[in-house]
Design a protein around this ligand. Structure first.
Ligand code: GLU
Length: 461
């Protein structure tokens, strides 16, 4: 017998609908004329001011692009959050914070001001702080340090990245301001490594070539809790990704950081080559590129387009999440449910009379504070027709995506309290994740839980 024919797959091009949205934004801003090319690194002044690319990488690993999203350019300051991630991995937050702060400087990217008393640079997103974070990357020598950085940037992007030697040479020849900052920090003790060696590595790191598409995947990796959604590789731990995003949110846009957060509401980082990375946390990464810069060193078109995308996609960080979805999607009792198939007529009658002793609470989504609170309040009182008040609670977690630590703590406390009051708690979890501790009985299906409670009720009554 021949095997059943495989249905042929018909392409619908549904993903193009997302690309269309990007094209609309691209078209809207591609004609904007404002801005100047960065010229303090002479090689950057040779860029084509007309280039403009937008890319979105979703946390499911799909990438959508519009315009010049595959044109390579040097990463410059966009390397800073990713090298900060590497330093956090090597040393941990507390050690890194001894050497570099986390305060928005309110000053330009090449500000020379250090914190009085400690000599720390203000944050890892401006040059001073980034030079220190580069020096903190653990390696036996500068060549190995740079290779670790290049590999890390490549892991975020999901491909091996090269260096633009001309831009490197151009910056190394003219980077006196960064030299001044580095010597100052060395004198103050915040930069302890060799100054010229560190600067060489830092200049090389800034000269790594990326595209807007790469930037989108890099940001998506942060937005996805540190796992590159295209390669599936865990590049950094979730807590590292979170911390990097936090510093991007407050310090990523030079002396425009506050207004940026107000308008776009996204963690982001810009660079003097005209790139911009933003993260829609839990949803996607956004990479943009257009060389002309405004007075603060941010890409004019990239900033405008990212703000438009944030508005269209409703991404502002301060938006109230999950507005329409109730965590508690079912709150009922067994006497109101369809009866199980195998019960005898006598059992059915008793369950109709006494089934209110078995309450059901079914939860969906992420059990965070608000969800845990609504579960607790929904069991403030539980019905029981039995003379001694004995009753049952089926806590159905089949649709709970995760339970955060506070949620687990509150639910664990609830179970303990209820069980000390003769309320038997049964948890339903098809994935057997052990989300809540101390329960009397666990099942993988709702029907099993119902049967277990009913059998006890019938035996008691
Ligand atoms: N390589 C540049 C510098 O240190 C990066 C500056 C930036 O992109 O903000 O001057």
């Amino acid at each position: 017998m021949s095997p059943p024919a495989q249905p042929s797959m018909r392409p619908t091009g549904a993903g193009e609908l997302i690309t269309d949205t990007l094209d609309v934004v691209h078209d809207r801003f591609s004609a904007s004329e404002g801005g100047e090319l960065a010229s303090y690194i002479p090689e950057l002044a040779t860029a084509d001011p007309g280039l403009f690319g937008i890319a979105v990488a979703s946390v499911t690993g799909n990438v959508y692009v519009s315009g010049d999203a595959d044109v390579p350019f040097t990463i410059q300051s966009l390397s800073k959050p990713f090298v900060f991630a590497l330093a956090l991995r090597d040393l941990g937050l507390e050690e890194v914070l001894v050497r570099v702060g986390a305060e928005p400087s309110g000053e330009g990217f090449s500000s020379i001001r250090l914190e009085p008393g400690t000599g720390r640079p203000p944050n890892p997103m401006v040059n001073a702080g980034a030079i220190v974070t580069t020096s903190l990357v653990d390696a036996p020598d500068e060549a190995a340090r740079f290779e670790r950085i290049r590999a890390e940037l490549g892991a975020f992007a999901g491909r091996e990245l090269d260096v633009d030697e001309r831009v490197y040479a151009s910056e190394a020849a003219t980077g006196d301001r960064n030299r001044a900052i580095a010597y100052l920090m060395h004198g103050a003790g915040s930069l302890q490594a060799d100054v010229e060696g560190t600067l060489g590595t830092y200049f090389r790191q800034c000269s790594v070539l990326v595209t807007a598409r790469d930037l989108a995947v890099m940001a998506a990796t942060l937005a996805n809790g540190g796992v590159n959604p295209v390669t599936g590789v865990e590049v950094v731990e979730e807590h590292v990704a979170e911390r990097v995003l936090a510093v991007m949110a407050t310090c990523g846009m030079y002396d425009y950081a506050g207004e940026w957060l107000l308008r776009a509401g996204l963690p982001a980082k810009s660079g003097v080559s005209g790139g911009l990375v933003c993260a829609g946390v839990g949803q996607f990464g956004l990479g943009l590129f257009s060389p002309p810069l405004d007075a603060r060193g941010n890409s004019v078109r990239s900033v405008a387009a990212a703000q438009e995308i944030s508005r269209r996609f409703d991404l502002h960080l301060m938006h109230r999440p999950d507005r329409d979805v109730s965590a508690l999607y079912r709150s009922t009792r067994v006497d109101r449910l369809r009866q199980l198939a195998h019960r005898t007529p006598g059992q059915r009658r008793r369950l109709r009379d006494l089934g209110s002793a078995i309450s059901v609470r079914a939860v969906q989504g992420s059990v965070e504070f608000a969800a845990a609170e609504s579960i607790l309040r929904s069991v403030d009182e539980l019905p029981s027709p039995l003379p001694d008040g004995e009753c049952w609670l089926i806590l159905d977690l089949s649709r709970a995506s995760r339970v955060i630590s506070l949620g687990a703590q509150l639910l664990g406390g609830l179970v303990e309290r209820l069980q000390s009051q003769r309320v038997h708690v049964v948890v339903v979890d098809p994935f057997e994740r052990g989300l809540v501790t101390g329960v009397e009985h666990r099942t993988t299906t709702f029907e099993d839980a119902q049967r277990w409670c009913e059998d006890q009720l019938l035996a008691t009554a």
